[in-house]
Each structure stands twice: as C-alpha cells, then as structure tokens.
Design a protein around this ligand. Sequence first.
Ligand code: NAD
Length: 493
Amino acid sequence: MGPQQDSAVTAFLEPRAWEGCFYDGKWRPASNRFESCSPSTGKLLAHLGTTSKSELAQAIAVAGKAQLNWARQPIAARAEVMRRAAELLALHSEELAGWLVREGGSIRPKAAFEIQSAVDELHHAAGLITHSEGQVISSPDPDRLSFSRRLPIGIVGVITPWNVPLLLAMRSVAPALVLGNAVVLKPDPHTSVSGGIALARLFEMAGLPEGVFCMTPGGAEVGEALVEAPGVRMITFTGSTHVGRRVGELAGRNLKRVALELGGNSPMLVLDDCDIKKAVAAGAFGSFHHQGQICMATSRHIVSRAIADQYVELLVQKARSLAVGDPELSDVALGPLINSRQRDRAHDIVTRSIAAGAEIATGGKYNALFYEPTVLTGVTPGMAAFDDEIFAPVAPIIVAEDDEHALELAAATPYGLAAAIQTGDIGRGLRLARRLRVGMIHINDQTIVDLPQAPMGGMGQSGNGSRFGSLSSWEDFTEWQWLTASSSPALYP
Ligand code: NAD
C-alpha cells in the first residue's frame, strides 16, 4: 500500500478530530483538558486532553493485547509499516512544519531538519531487520541446538521533551515498534501536537494495527503514572537531569529497564591553530540554534588565549547580525524561548554570572520570550554560566592557557553529553578527544550533530549509558532469551 494521496494531504492534522483526546488506536475524549498557546504570540492553538490514570490504564491494557499479535508479525511486515510512515511524513512535512513553528517556536530550517531526521529514523528502524536476531552457542552435546535470540520487551513507555519533539519521540518509537514492542508515548504538554498527535496520526494512516501505538498527553503526573504502571516494562526518558533522576528512581523501584537521555553542558575547544572564521560560525550555530534550547548545544566556548580577543570580536559581530522574532511571520534566525519560566531561569544565570565577574559583550536583554543572542566573557568555573545548563542563546567564553588547561576546563562539570574541537591539526584533535569523557565528539564541527545510524547518548550526568541509534536499538528495545533443543530427552539418574 502506498501513502494516501490528495485528500489525505489535507487530512493529516485537519480536521481536528484529535482535539481533547488521547489515542489508543482510536481517538477517545480525555476527561480533562488544557489549552496549548503559541510562545511567540500567546494565541490559543488547540484544546488538548490530559489523560487520567484510568484512561492511561485503559491505553496500556489495549497496548498489551495488541503487542502480542504485533510481535508475531514477520519483522519484514513491521518494517514495511515504518517505510509507509516515512513516506507519509515526507508527504505531510509542510503541515507539520507549521505546528513545529507555532507550538515550539522553531524557525523553518530547524523544523525542516527535524522532520527529515524523523523520516531518516523511520528508514533506519526499517533497516534494523537486516541484522541478526541472535547467535548460535556452542554446546557440550553436538546434537543439542543451543542459541540465543532477542525478544521484544513488551510495552515501552516513551517520555519526551518539547525542544525537538518529533525527532526525540521518533528515535525511540520507531525502533521500539519495529522490534515488536507496543509503545505508549507521553509528549510534553508544550508540543503535544508536533510531538504526540502527529505520530499517532502518522501510524494510524500507515496502517499500524490498532493499539500497538498509544499516545497519552499530559504533564508530570501522567509521566509518573506511566513509569509506575505494572504493564510497562521499559521507559525511555529524554529530558532534564533533575526529572531523569526521579524517573530513574521510580523505574528502579518497579524493576524496569530505563534509558535516560538527559541534560548537557557541552564544551567546544577552540585551539590557537584553528580556522577562526569557521570556528566562530560553528560556535554561533552551536550556541544560538533553536535559541540554545538543544541538549547538545555548545554551552561553553573554551578558547586558547592567543586567539580569544579575535574570537570574541567575531562572535559578537555574528550574534548582532542574527534577527530575532516570530518565525511564523519572517525568516528570523532565532524564535522565542518556550515559556517565561525558562526565560527567567536563563536570565537569572546570566545576571548571577555578571555579579560574579563575567561581562556582557553583546545581548543579555529580552522582549517577551525573545532573548537576544548573548556573548558572555570572563566566565570561569564556579559561575552559573559555566556550571549550569543555560538552555537559552547564551555563549559563555572561557579562556584556556594551553591544551591541558582546556581539557581541565572541559571536564569541570558533571555532564558528559557532547564536545567539539576546532583545530588545524587533526592529530592534536584526536589526542584531546580520547581524553574527554563525553558520549559524542566532533573535530572541526560544533556540538549539535545528529545521525540515526550513530550511537547517540551521554556519559556522567547526561545519561545512564543507553544509546539511541545504530545497533544499540537492538540492545535497548529487546531482551535475550537462551534456548536449547534436543531431539531426544536429556538423561538424568
Ligand atoms: P523536563 O525534564 O522538564 O521534561 C521532559 C518530559 O518529562 C516532559 O514530557 C515532562 O512532562 C515529563 N516529566 C516532567 N516531570 C516528570 C515526572 N516527575 N515524571 C515523569 N515525567 C515527567 O525537560 P524539559 O525542560 O522539557 O526539556 C529540557 C531538558 O531536556 C534539558 O535539560 C535538555 O538538555 C534535556 N534534553 C536531553 C536530550 C538528550 O538526548 N540527552 C535531548 C533533548 C533534551
């Protein structure tokens, strides 16, 4: 079956049969509702449902039954659903991009990148079927077949943040589904349409059997109920380190597998032999893309003293050239922050760092939720702008005396998500990269790089060791079973 054509082009998220609903293979009215508003204008976008505990239990029961049949489908048939979903997502990309812009404050290029990456995740998930499902194990009895194979876990609960809502959901949902699990997704309330309802519509249209994918909108209470629900055997959580710790505790108490992808404070080392103009352009993208609200954002620019003044001068020029405003109205480089709580938190970090001795080279001001791209100089360990994840368009500059000092500064936070090194000498970059305890590192790039076929995840307080993408999906979303079989009964005295 190919993707639905013509009439379906207008029938992806319109008409809004999903308003006020949760999804368990059918759209069902939720008992409570909340309003979703645009961060740019404050305008009402949709009335959304908040799933009650009994509605969540209902969805989990439906998912449990559906998973048994889904796991029995040939894996090639499951992969085919992923390919259909990929085609449909590409077909409806314009409509979905509009929601990413309105709901999440994405600029158009970020929305387009996110949708394409989600399409790639679906294709990559379909490709997982080409890998072996297990291994033959040598047996003391040559007539006894002994092998191990991977079985689906059952129901996987997926909890996601608002900053990259479609992609961060898809990178768990697609591999979990294709490997035979059912999924219950709880999106963040800020982006329930682009990070929740859109996925439900997509799998509904792609012909996924009813109940294999459920979507239960709501906030922290729904998240905690999902983590504690007895029928859910695994949780993947992407969000803040603070909430991740709570999710990890609850999952541990219930003896569930849990994959935690958490906050970051990622350094970019700018060495004295780098191409400085390219390093500045990369650093600006790393700090200001999506208003700095990316887990892998370039959070600290650690710059060799010899080039620090020139680097700051060029970065300030670049920051001042970037337009900030409503991405729905014009082609700005930065849209709004997600809400006033995030803005006030970030501004407090900037204000406290200045009180501690840092200086503003540019920015540091805001209008409504629009925060100016900001460059802070004189930042040192112990200042909030060094120690904390800012999650706003702020580029702290830290001066390093030499490579050892740069490494020491890079390692001076408990996070370990991503890092980057700008250098003209790849050997120097590789030597330093080995000594950085981070999950992802890029030489002559910035820190935000995403690929479905790469193992994505963090070390330290950025995660608990799980990885998205690549063959790690087999590790994450299945579990081993050892099986032996003999043609005649084993003999015992
Ligand atoms: P958050 O932790 O506040 O919320 C994330 C999700 O958890 C939301 O769906 C929220 O409703 C839910 N939630 C909140 N409290 C919960 C609870 N007690 N139990 C269960 N679920 C609960 O994060 P945020 O502010 O929405 O997102 C920003 C954070 O996410 C940043 O720290 C960022 O670095 C991190 N992040 C990490 C990655 C990664 O891959 N490592 C990717 C994107 C974002």
